[in-house]
Design a protein around this ligand. Structure first.
Ligand SMILES: C[S@@+](CC[C@H](N)C(=O)[O-])C[C@H]1O[C@@H](n2cnc3c(N)ncnc32)[C@H](O)[C@@H]1O
Length: 373
């Protein structure tokens, strides 16, 4: 909304301190407010990051102290026994992880032959900012990790994977080893012989997806755009003369904002539906609580959830949430970014684990995680 004081000008100093010795630049009151808000946000973010770093360092230090105390309180025989049993636990965990890894490879290879085909259309690279491309690459990483974990994975394609988008993806640890179809051509060329089976998933379609057809190839638009390009995927499907469909969200849920979801949320829904054939549970698992109807006008922090029709979920205006989504953060019920990176680069992970087991002081813990002291 236009600020009544829009016409008045002031210096760029966020505090309105006109004694700032730096060269001054006139800013409208609205711009000043925005600047202040941005600075407050950056300061909050830095504080949060520093606090988290401190908390982790303290936790690590406490573990180290506890371990040392424990070791020192033991006789040499007890100490040797404890180290031995930790070593065994570590080996057991590695064996289990290797087995899981083999199973995962088997599942993904099988999916490449018989799995439901899903395409992530990466042809919109030139429409996005560098941050949005980064966010999308993280969402793709989550998709791949979820697919690898699934007992019933899809046959996943990345099409139009070129330029900045490809460069970003290549920075993901282990990306070159992913079991996925990487295609530089757009899907309309790469899958031209199956054009009649292509179905673009788009919130703007009039068709509601009731079931998944194993012959169909479902396309998800690789876009992080806060719905700046409203209708872009629907228009694309129309121009190309391919089918389109929207998820049946409205039949099962009331959303607090729009029904436009992020790429990884849509992909999670597909995966969940393939496993359960139950849309409701698929939506509940993949769509975070705060995006489901949580009382109209309910505020999230300082600002309200965007409610305009078809606003992208990334249009949720609370700063932290906006940032989370921009960074591709996956929400409730999902894995952490760290876990995701670990899963997607597990070839390297396996190798480094092998090396770690040679260390006598490796400590296996109950939940299978390991600390090197
Ligand atoms: C962040 S959205 C992109 C929104 C973009 N403005 C558009 O017009 O598609 C990412 C992709 O997820 C898929 N998607 C999101 N919400 C959907 C819904 N409710 N039904 C079907 N597909 C959806 C679409 O393929 C969409 O392109």
């Amino acid at each position: 909304m236009a600020d009544p004081g829009e016409e008045s000008h002031a210096t760029a100093s966020p505090e309105g301190d006109n004694t700032d010795p730096k060269p001054t630049q006139t800013l409208t009151k609205t711009a000043q407010k925005k600047l202040l808000k941005l600075e407050r946000y950056a300061a909050r973010k830095a504080e949060k990051k520093a606090a988290e770093k401190q908390r982790k360092a303290e936790k690590k230090e406490k573990r180290r102290r506890d371990w040392n105390e424990k070791i020192e309180s033991l006789s040499p025989e007890e100490k040797a026994k404890l180290l031995e049993s930790n070593k065994e636990a570590t080996w057991e965990r590695i064996k289990r992880e290797k087995e899981e890894h083999r199973n995962k490879i088997e599942r993904l290879n099988k999916a490449a032959e018989v799995g439901q085909k899903v395409v992530l259309d990466l042809d919109f690279g030139n429409r996005m900012t560098a941050n949005e491309i980064q966010s999308l690459s993280q969402q793709i990483m989550y998709c791949y990790a979820a697919n690898s974990r699934s007992t019933n994975p899809t046959h996943l394609w990345l099409t139009g994977c070129t330029g900045e988008m490809e460069a970003r993806l290549k920075k993901i640890p282990g990306f070159d080893k992913w079991i996925i179809e990487k295609e530089t051509r757009p899907y309309i060329e790469a899958l031209n012989d199956q054009k009649e089976n292509l179905v673009y998933l788009t919130a703007d379609s009039e068709n509601v997806l009731e079931e998944l057809d194993s012959k169909s190839i479902y396309i998800i638009g690789g876009l992080v755009d806060r719905n700046r390009f409203k209708g872009i995927t629907m228009d694309k499907a129309k121009e190309q003369g391919i089918k389109s469909a929207k998820l049946p969200i409205g039949n099962y849920l009331k959303m607090s904002s729009s029904q436009v979801l992020t790429v990884n949320q849509v992909f999670d829904i597909m995966l969940n539906f393939i496993e359960t054939r139950d849309w409701k549970s698929a939506f509940f698992k993949a769509i975070p609580q705060r995006k489901r109807d949580n009382a109209e006008g309910e505020t999230l922090g300082e600002e309200k959830v965007a409610t305009q029709d078809a606003a992208d979920v990334v249009a949720v205006t609370k700063e932290d949430e906006k940032e989370d989504l921009e960074e591709g953060e996956v929400e409730e019920g999902s894995v952490s970014k760290k876990q995701c990176i670990r899963e997607t680069k597990d070839e390297e992970h396996m190798a480094s684990e092998d090396n770690n087991t040679t260390e006598d002081n490796s400590l296996g813990t109950d939940n299978g995680s390991k600390e090197l002291l």
